[in-house]
Design a protein around this ligand. Structure first.
Ligand code: CA
Length: 418
Protein backbone atom coordinates (compact mmCIF):
# COMPACT_ATOMS: atom_id res chain seq x y z
CA UNK A 1 0.00 0.00 0.00
CA UNK A 2 2.92 2.32 0.54
CA UNK A 3 4.72 4.29 -2.09
CA UNK A 4 8.27 4.85 -0.94
CA UNK A 5 9.03 1.60 0.84
CA UNK A 6 10.32 -0.22 -2.16
CA UNK A 7 12.33 -3.36 -2.68
CA UNK A 8 15.42 -3.83 -0.56
CA UNK A 9 14.96 -0.71 1.49
CA UNK A 10 13.71 -2.45 4.60
CA UNK A 11 16.81 -4.38 5.60
CA UNK A 12 18.15 -3.15 8.88
CA UNK A 13 21.58 -4.72 8.83
CA UNK A 14 23.21 -1.64 7.35
CA UNK A 15 22.96 0.35 10.52
CA UNK A 16 25.04 -1.88 12.78
CA UNK A 17 27.80 -0.07 14.53
CA UNK A 18 26.17 3.31 14.22
CA UNK A 19 25.92 5.52 17.23
CA UNK A 20 22.84 5.66 19.36
CA UNK A 21 20.17 7.72 17.66
CA UNK A 22 20.05 11.23 19.00
CA UNK A 23 17.68 12.74 16.51
CA UNK A 24 16.14 15.09 19.05
CA UNK A 25 19.43 16.69 19.91
CA UNK A 26 20.36 19.48 17.56
CA UNK A 27 23.81 19.07 16.17
CA UNK A 28 26.29 21.75 17.02
CA UNK A 29 28.36 21.21 13.94
CA UNK A 30 28.35 23.99 11.48
CA UNK A 31 26.72 23.40 8.15
CA UNK A 32 28.73 23.19 5.01
CA UNK A 33 30.75 25.96 3.49
CA UNK A 34 28.13 26.96 1.03
CA UNK A 35 26.93 29.93 2.95
CA UNK A 36 23.81 28.58 4.56
CA UNK A 37 24.58 30.35 7.80
CA UNK A 38 25.90 33.74 8.67
CA UNK A 39 28.77 34.10 11.12
CA UNK A 40 27.51 33.72 14.63
CA UNK A 41 24.77 31.35 13.65
CA UNK A 42 22.08 33.85 12.85
CA UNK A 43 19.75 32.83 10.10
CA UNK A 44 20.33 34.71 6.92
CA UNK A 45 17.63 36.95 5.63
CA UNK A 46 14.83 36.42 8.10
CA UNK A 47 12.95 39.67 8.09
CA UNK A 48 11.46 40.68 11.40
CA UNK A 49 8.18 41.34 9.65
CA UNK A 50 7.73 37.65 9.01
CA UNK A 51 4.93 36.16 11.11
CA UNK A 52 6.29 33.91 13.81
CA UNK A 53 4.87 30.45 13.60
CA UNK A 54 4.61 29.07 17.13
CA UNK A 55 4.20 25.28 17.02
CA UNK A 56 3.00 25.24 20.61
CA UNK A 57 -0.02 27.35 19.87
CA UNK A 58 -1.39 25.83 16.70
CA UNK A 59 -3.83 22.97 16.28
CA UNK A 60 -3.80 21.29 12.89
CA UNK A 61 -6.66 19.29 11.46
CA UNK A 62 -7.48 17.81 8.08
CA UNK A 63 -10.59 18.59 6.07
CA UNK A 64 -11.65 15.98 3.55
CA UNK A 65 -12.19 17.57 0.15
CA UNK A 66 -13.09 14.53 -1.94
CA UNK A 67 -12.27 10.92 -2.72
CA UNK A 68 -12.41 8.64 -5.74
CA UNK A 69 -8.81 9.05 -6.84
CA UNK A 70 -6.68 6.12 -7.96
CA UNK A 71 -3.45 6.11 -5.91
CA UNK A 72 -2.94 9.89 -5.89
CA UNK A 73 0.74 10.83 -5.81
CA UNK A 74 0.74 14.62 -6.07
CA UNK A 75 -1.46 17.69 -6.07
CA UNK A 76 -0.61 21.10 -7.47
CA UNK A 77 -2.11 24.18 -9.06
CA UNK A 78 -1.62 25.80 -12.44
CA UNK A 79 -1.17 29.39 -11.32
CA UNK A 80 -3.48 30.66 -14.03
CA UNK A 81 -6.21 32.09 -11.86
CA UNK A 82 -8.59 29.23 -12.56
CA UNK A 83 -8.45 27.94 -8.99
CA UNK A 84 -8.10 24.41 -10.28
CA UNK A 85 -6.16 21.70 -8.50
CA UNK A 86 -4.45 18.98 -10.50
CA UNK A 87 -4.04 15.57 -8.88
CA UNK A 88 -1.70 12.92 -10.24
CA UNK A 89 -2.77 9.30 -10.17
CA UNK A 90 0.16 6.90 -9.96
CA UNK A 91 -0.96 4.61 -12.82
CA UNK A 92 -0.78 7.55 -15.21
CA UNK A 93 -3.64 10.00 -15.13
CA UNK A 94 -3.96 13.65 -14.14
CA UNK A 95 -7.32 14.62 -12.67
CA UNK A 96 -8.76 18.11 -12.25
CA UNK A 97 -10.51 19.41 -9.16
CA UNK A 98 -12.56 22.43 -10.14
CA UNK A 99 -14.73 24.26 -7.60
CA UNK A 100 -14.24 21.41 -5.16
CA UNK A 101 -15.46 18.77 -7.60
CA UNK A 102 -13.47 16.04 -9.32
CA UNK A 103 -14.03 16.20 -13.07
CA UNK A 104 -14.84 12.83 -14.58
CA UNK A 105 -12.67 13.31 -17.63
CA UNK A 106 -8.95 13.19 -16.92
CA UNK A 107 -6.79 16.13 -17.92
CA UNK A 108 -4.28 13.59 -19.24
CA UNK A 109 -4.23 9.79 -19.49
CA UNK A 110 -0.87 8.22 -20.25
CA UNK A 111 -1.39 4.93 -18.45
CA UNK A 112 -0.16 3.05 -21.51
CA UNK A 113 3.21 4.82 -21.26
CA UNK A 114 3.73 4.47 -17.51
CA UNK A 115 5.03 1.61 -15.38
CA UNK A 116 3.35 1.33 -12.01
CA UNK A 117 3.37 0.97 -9.00
CA UNK A 118 5.47 0.60 -5.81
CA UNK A 119 7.80 3.57 -6.37
CA UNK A 120 7.06 3.81 -10.07
CA UNK A 121 4.31 5.63 -11.87
CA UNK A 122 3.27 9.15 -12.74
CA UNK A 123 5.18 10.99 -10.04
CA UNK A 124 5.52 14.68 -10.74
CA UNK A 125 3.80 17.67 -12.36
CA UNK A 126 4.77 21.31 -12.63
CA UNK A 127 3.27 24.29 -14.40
CA UNK A 128 5.64 27.10 -15.40
CA UNK A 129 5.17 30.51 -13.78
CA UNK A 130 3.70 32.02 -16.93
CA UNK A 131 1.52 29.03 -17.78
CA UNK A 132 -1.13 29.82 -20.33
CA UNK A 133 -4.24 27.65 -19.81
CA UNK A 134 -5.17 28.09 -23.47
CA UNK A 135 -2.64 25.84 -25.11
CA UNK A 136 0.32 26.31 -22.74
CA UNK A 137 2.91 23.70 -21.89
CA UNK A 138 3.44 21.92 -18.57
CA UNK A 139 5.86 19.23 -17.40
CA UNK A 140 5.48 15.74 -15.98
CA UNK A 141 7.81 13.13 -14.47
CA UNK A 142 7.07 9.42 -14.80
CA UNK A 143 8.69 6.03 -15.10
CA UNK A 144 8.32 4.57 -18.57
CA UNK A 145 7.67 0.98 -19.64
CA UNK A 146 11.30 0.12 -18.82
CA UNK A 147 11.10 1.73 -15.41
CA UNK A 148 13.34 4.59 -16.48
CA UNK A 149 12.69 8.21 -15.55
CA UNK A 150 11.18 10.46 -18.18
CA UNK A 151 10.55 14.18 -17.85
CA UNK A 152 8.24 15.29 -20.62
CA UNK A 153 6.60 18.46 -21.89
CA UNK A 154 2.89 18.31 -22.68
CA UNK A 155 0.66 21.03 -24.11
CA UNK A 156 -2.93 21.85 -23.33
CA UNK A 157 -5.53 21.42 -26.02
CA UNK A 158 -5.92 24.87 -27.54
CA UNK A 159 -9.69 24.75 -27.41
CA UNK A 160 -10.29 23.18 -23.98
CA UNK A 161 -8.30 24.19 -20.90
CA UNK A 162 -9.41 21.08 -19.01
CA UNK A 163 -7.86 18.74 -21.55
CA UNK A 164 -4.19 18.12 -22.33
CA UNK A 165 -3.14 17.16 -25.83
CA UNK A 166 -1.69 13.70 -25.31
CA UNK A 167 -0.21 13.65 -28.80
CA UNK A 168 1.90 16.68 -27.88
CA UNK A 169 3.84 14.74 -25.24
CA UNK A 170 7.55 15.27 -25.87
CA UNK A 171 10.19 13.65 -23.62
CA UNK A 172 12.93 16.12 -22.79
CA UNK A 173 14.99 14.10 -20.31
CA UNK A 174 15.54 10.34 -19.96
CA UNK A 175 17.46 8.80 -17.07
CA UNK A 176 18.17 5.08 -16.88
CA UNK A 177 17.12 3.56 -13.58
CA UNK A 178 19.33 0.68 -12.43
CA UNK A 179 16.85 -0.52 -9.78
CA UNK A 180 13.09 -0.28 -9.36
CA UNK A 181 13.06 1.99 -6.32
CA UNK A 182 14.24 5.52 -5.49
CA UNK A 183 12.96 7.23 -8.60
CA UNK A 184 12.55 10.61 -6.99
CA UNK A 185 9.78 12.21 -8.95
CA UNK A 186 9.32 15.78 -7.80
CA UNK A 187 9.15 18.66 -10.26
CA UNK A 188 8.90 22.35 -9.43
CA UNK A 189 9.69 25.68 -10.98
CA UNK A 190 11.89 27.87 -8.83
CA UNK A 191 11.44 31.60 -8.31
CA UNK A 192 14.15 31.94 -10.97
CA UNK A 193 11.85 30.35 -13.55
CA UNK A 194 14.04 27.26 -13.93
CA UNK A 195 12.71 23.71 -13.71
CA UNK A 196 14.00 21.67 -10.77
CA UNK A 197 13.85 17.87 -10.85
CA UNK A 198 14.24 15.47 -7.92
CA UNK A 199 16.26 12.35 -8.79
CA UNK A 200 16.73 9.38 -6.46
CA UNK A 201 20.03 7.54 -6.12
CA UNK A 202 18.94 4.76 -8.49
CA UNK A 203 17.76 2.45 -5.78
CA UNK A 204 18.56 -0.87 -4.16
CA UNK A 205 19.71 0.01 -0.62
CA UNK A 206 22.61 2.06 0.70
CA UNK A 207 23.42 3.51 -2.74
CA UNK A 208 25.60 0.61 -3.97
CA UNK A 209 26.68 2.57 -7.07
CA UNK A 210 27.66 5.61 -5.04
CA UNK A 211 25.48 7.80 -7.23
CA UNK A 212 24.70 10.36 -4.55
CA UNK A 213 28.30 11.53 -4.37
CA UNK A 214 29.16 11.13 -8.04
CA UNK A 215 28.95 14.17 -10.29
CA UNK A 216 28.93 12.21 -13.56
CA UNK A 217 25.39 10.90 -13.06
CA UNK A 218 22.01 12.56 -12.69
CA UNK A 219 20.99 10.03 -10.02
CA UNK A 220 20.87 11.20 -6.42
CA UNK A 221 20.47 14.87 -7.31
CA UNK A 222 18.34 17.94 -7.57
CA UNK A 223 18.63 19.01 -11.21
CA UNK A 224 18.03 22.50 -12.59
CA UNK A 225 17.32 23.01 -16.27
CA UNK A 226 16.02 25.79 -18.49
CA UNK A 227 12.85 24.94 -20.39
CA UNK A 228 12.01 28.56 -21.10
CA UNK A 229 13.70 28.90 -24.44
CA UNK A 230 17.41 29.46 -23.74
CA UNK A 231 18.17 26.23 -25.49
CA UNK A 232 20.90 25.45 -27.97
CA UNK A 233 19.78 24.21 -31.36
CA UNK A 234 18.71 20.60 -31.26
CA UNK A 235 18.74 20.42 -27.45
CA UNK A 236 15.55 19.72 -25.50
CA UNK A 237 16.51 22.06 -22.65
CA UNK A 238 19.13 24.59 -21.69
CA UNK A 239 21.63 24.74 -18.86
CA UNK A 240 21.30 27.87 -16.71
CA UNK A 241 24.59 29.78 -16.88
CA UNK A 242 24.88 29.88 -13.09
CA UNK A 243 24.52 26.14 -12.52
CA UNK A 244 27.41 25.01 -10.31
CA UNK A 245 29.07 22.41 -12.51
CA UNK A 246 30.19 22.27 -16.08
CA UNK A 247 30.63 19.21 -18.19
CA UNK A 248 34.40 19.66 -18.60
CA UNK A 249 35.47 17.52 -15.69
CA UNK A 250 33.05 14.69 -16.34
CA UNK A 251 30.40 16.43 -14.27
CA UNK A 252 26.82 16.83 -15.35
CA UNK A 253 25.86 20.47 -15.87
CA UNK A 254 22.23 19.80 -14.96
CA UNK A 255 23.17 19.23 -11.31
CA UNK A 256 22.04 21.83 -8.79
CA UNK A 257 22.54 19.88 -5.55
CA UNK A 258 23.91 16.40 -4.87
CA UNK A 259 24.22 13.83 -2.13
CA UNK A 260 20.54 12.94 -2.10
CA UNK A 261 18.97 9.52 -1.58
CA UNK A 262 15.40 9.94 -2.71
CA UNK A 263 14.12 13.52 -2.82
CA UNK A 264 10.54 12.48 -3.42
CA UNK A 265 9.08 15.90 -2.68
CA UNK A 266 10.60 19.37 -2.58
CA UNK A 267 9.17 22.86 -2.78
CA UNK A 268 10.01 26.53 -2.86
CA UNK A 269 8.82 28.96 -0.21
CA UNK A 270 6.69 31.31 -2.29
CA UNK A 271 7.64 34.24 -0.06
CA UNK A 272 11.39 33.77 0.42
CA UNK A 273 12.28 31.47 -2.48
CA UNK A 274 14.06 29.03 -0.15
CA UNK A 275 14.22 25.44 -1.42
CA UNK A 276 12.92 22.79 1.00
CA UNK A 277 13.66 19.12 0.36
CA UNK A 278 12.33 16.00 2.03
CA UNK A 279 14.98 13.31 1.45
CA UNK A 280 13.75 9.81 2.25
CA UNK A 281 16.20 7.92 4.48
CA UNK A 282 17.49 4.38 4.49
CA UNK A 283 16.56 2.53 7.67
CA UNK A 284 17.06 5.03 10.43
CA UNK A 285 16.63 8.72 9.70
CA UNK A 286 14.36 10.91 7.59
CA UNK A 287 15.59 14.39 6.76
CA UNK A 288 14.50 17.84 5.74
CA UNK A 289 16.91 20.19 4.01
CA UNK A 290 16.56 23.94 3.61
CA UNK A 291 18.65 25.63 0.93
CA UNK A 292 18.29 29.38 1.20
CA UNK A 293 17.69 31.23 -2.01
CA UNK A 294 20.73 32.78 -3.54
CA UNK A 295 23.12 31.27 -1.02
CA UNK A 296 23.58 27.66 -1.99
CA UNK A 297 24.66 26.25 -5.30
CA UNK A 298 26.32 22.89 -5.74
CA UNK A 299 25.44 21.85 -2.20
CA UNK A 300 26.47 18.36 -1.09
CA UNK A 301 23.61 17.14 1.08
CA UNK A 302 25.54 14.20 2.39
CA UNK A 303 24.12 10.89 1.17
CA UNK A 304 25.55 8.22 1.38
CA UNK A 305 28.16 9.56 3.75
CA UNK A 306 25.39 10.54 6.10
CA UNK A 307 21.80 9.56 6.72
CA UNK A 308 20.10 12.61 8.15
CA UNK A 309 22.41 14.21 10.71
CA UNK A 310 24.22 10.91 11.37
CA UNK A 311 27.07 9.10 9.75
CA UNK A 312 25.69 6.29 7.59
CA UNK A 313 26.81 2.76 8.29
CA UNK A 314 29.54 3.60 10.79
CA UNK A 315 30.44 5.65 13.80
CA UNK A 316 32.77 8.07 12.06
CA UNK A 317 32.60 10.09 8.89
CA UNK A 318 33.88 13.37 7.61
CA UNK A 319 31.31 16.14 7.44
CA UNK A 320 33.64 18.44 5.55
CA UNK A 321 31.80 20.30 2.80
CA UNK A 322 28.47 18.71 3.67
CA UNK A 323 25.30 20.71 4.17
CA UNK A 324 23.50 19.15 7.13
CA UNK A 325 19.75 18.91 7.31
CA UNK A 326 17.68 21.48 9.14
CA UNK A 327 15.93 18.57 10.85
CA UNK A 328 15.79 14.81 10.97
CA UNK A 329 13.76 12.21 12.86
CA UNK A 330 14.23 8.52 13.46
CA UNK A 331 12.01 5.52 12.76
CA UNK A 332 11.25 4.58 16.35
CA UNK A 333 7.69 5.91 16.31
CA UNK A 334 6.56 4.12 13.17
CA UNK A 335 7.87 6.67 10.74
CA UNK A 336 9.57 5.39 7.58
CA UNK A 337 9.50 7.86 4.69
CA UNK A 338 9.46 11.63 4.83
CA UNK A 339 7.01 13.43 2.57
CA UNK A 340 8.38 16.91 1.97
CA UNK A 341 5.83 19.68 2.28
CA UNK A 342 5.49 23.44 1.97
CA UNK A 343 5.96 26.61 3.90
CA UNK A 344 2.43 27.77 4.57
CA UNK A 345 1.82 31.22 3.07
CA UNK A 346 -1.96 31.10 2.78
CA UNK A 347 -4.44 33.45 4.39
CA UNK A 348 -7.09 31.11 5.77
CA UNK A 349 -5.08 29.92 8.79
CA UNK A 350 -2.92 32.72 10.21
CA UNK A 351 -1.57 30.49 13.00
CA UNK A 352 0.17 28.37 10.39
CA UNK A 353 1.86 31.16 8.44
CA UNK A 354 5.62 30.69 8.39
CA UNK A 355 5.47 26.98 9.21
CA UNK A 356 7.13 24.41 7.02
CA UNK A 357 4.58 21.59 7.14
CA UNK A 358 5.57 18.06 6.13
CA UNK A 359 4.61 14.46 6.81
CA UNK A 360 5.60 10.82 6.97
CA UNK A 361 4.04 8.24 4.72
CA UNK A 362 3.97 5.31 7.15
CA UNK A 363 2.98 6.99 10.41
CA UNK A 364 0.72 9.66 8.94
CA UNK A 365 2.34 12.11 11.35
CA UNK A 366 2.43 15.74 10.23
CA UNK A 367 5.28 17.85 11.58
CA UNK A 368 6.31 21.47 11.43
CA UNK A 369 9.45 23.57 11.38
CA UNK A 370 9.86 27.32 11.77
CA UNK A 371 10.67 28.39 8.23
CA UNK A 372 12.68 31.42 9.32
CA UNK A 373 14.23 29.56 12.25
CA UNK A 374 17.72 28.23 12.96
CA UNK A 375 19.68 25.89 10.74
CA UNK A 376 19.09 22.97 13.06
CA UNK A 377 15.70 22.39 14.56
CA UNK A 378 13.65 19.63 16.11
CA UNK A 379 10.50 19.08 14.11
CA UNK A 380 7.33 19.48 16.15
CA UNK A 381 4.45 17.05 15.78
CA UNK A 382 1.41 19.01 14.58
CA UNK A 383 -0.98 16.11 13.98
CA UNK A 384 -0.93 12.34 14.16
CA UNK A 385 -3.19 11.57 11.25
CA UNK A 386 -4.14 8.12 10.08
CA UNK A 387 -3.58 9.00 6.46
CA UNK A 388 -1.14 7.35 4.07
CA UNK A 389 0.36 10.67 3.03
CA UNK A 390 1.88 10.58 -0.44
CA UNK A 391 2.26 14.30 -1.13
CA UNK A 392 1.47 17.83 -0.11
CA UNK A 393 0.48 20.52 -2.56
CA UNK A 394 -0.25 24.21 -2.68
CA UNK A 395 -3.21 25.92 -4.31
CA UNK A 396 -2.79 29.17 -6.20
CA UNK A 397 -3.74 31.10 -3.07
CA UNK A 398 -1.24 29.26 -0.90
CA UNK A 399 -3.57 26.85 0.90
CA UNK A 400 -2.15 23.41 1.65
CA UNK A 401 -3.54 20.08 0.55
CA UNK A 402 -2.40 16.48 0.89
CA UNK A 403 -3.15 13.25 -0.88
CA UNK A 404 -3.85 9.86 0.73
CA UNK A 405 -2.38 7.19 -1.50
CA UNK A 406 -4.34 4.35 0.05
CA UNK A 407 -7.83 5.81 0.35
CA UNK A 408 -7.65 7.90 -2.81
CA UNK A 409 -8.67 11.03 -0.95
CA UNK A 410 -7.68 14.68 -1.09
CA UNK A 411 -7.52 16.66 2.17
CA UNK A 412 -6.98 20.28 3.01
CA UNK A 413 -4.64 21.13 5.88
CA UNK A 414 -6.33 23.53 8.27
CA UNK A 415 -5.27 25.03 11.58
CA UNK A 416 -6.43 27.13 14.47
CA UNK A 417 -4.46 28.97 17.11
CA UNK A 418 -5.06 28.07 20.73
CA1 CA B 1 21.47 14.45 3.71
Amino acid sequence: MFLLIGLLTQACELATGSPTPTAEEPSTSAPGPNGTEAPGGSPVGSPTSEPAFDPASVRVTLRRVLGGLDRPTAVTASGDGSGRLFVLEQPGRIRIVRDGRLLDRPFLDIRSLVSCCAERGLLGLAFPPDFNPAGGTFFINYTDANGDTVVAAVSVDGGDEDLADRASLRPILHVDQPFANHNGGGLAFGPDGELYIGMGDGGSGGDPQGNGQRLDTLLGKILRIDVGGNTAAGQPYGIPSDNPFTEDAGRRPEIWAYGLRNPWRFSFDRETGDLWIGDVGQNRFEEIDRLRVGTVSGANLGWNIMEGSHCFGGAECSRTNLVLPIADYDHSAGDCAVIGGYVYRGSAFPALVGAYVFGDECSGTIRGLVAAGPDQQKAVVLLESDRVISSFGESDDGELYLTDLSSGELYQVSATGN
